[in-house]
Design a protein around this ligand. Structure first.
Ligand code: CO
Length: 165
């Protein structure tokens, strides 16, 4: 399984809806990939799957003891502001403080079993980062014009020249 790196076009596409029958297989594939690539979260397009599914490591919250899966997730409500220095496995060599909501209420799950999750702190940030991936948005897109350009040029250059961080 291969990690997709900016400017790979799959990272810019809105992901396809997932149906329940797909879930078990994709879930284990994604958790495995997240562990291999050492991410705190991973969205399906990052490993070349055009599916609206993401996994988040239990490291994102003290309240979790296993990875969280997001399926066709939608943000229903946002509150407050927070920001930490973010980076992304698919955006090489850059990190930046990204403006995010402090609390998010999301709906997630296959059609038959949609559920609500309310998250704050680091978990809320990772959820917003991963849902962005499913909509073709990368964290530099959340920065101001000049910072965004700087970050994407730097990330593209790193990819082209095969540099690792
Ligand atoms: Co990312």
């Amino acid at each position: 399984m291969e990690l997709r790196i900016y400017p790979d076009p799959i990272l810019r596409k809105k992901s396809e809806k997932v149906v329940k029958d797909d879930l078990d297989k994709i879930y284990s594939e994604m958790v495995t990939a997240m562990i291999i690539f050492k991410g705190i979260g991973l969205a399906a397009p990052q490993i070349g799957l055009d599916k609206s599914i993401a996994v988040i490591s239990e490291q994102a919250s003290d309240d979790m003891n296993k990875p969280l899966i997001l399926v066709n997730p939608v943000i229903l409500e946002r509150k407050g502001e927070q920001s930490i220095e973010e980076s992304c496995l698919s955006v090489k060599g850059v990190s930046a403080h990204v403006p995010r909501s402090a609390v998010v209420k999301i709906e997630t799950g296959p059609d038959e079993e949609r559920g609500i999750i309310i998250a704050s702190g680091l978990l809320a940030i990772v959820i917003q980062h991963e849902i962005d991936h499913l909509n073709g948005i990368l964290f530099p897109d959340r920065l101001g014009f000049l910072k965004r350009r700087w970050a994407l040029i730097k990330a593209g250059w790193k990819k082209k020249h095969g540099q690792k961080d």
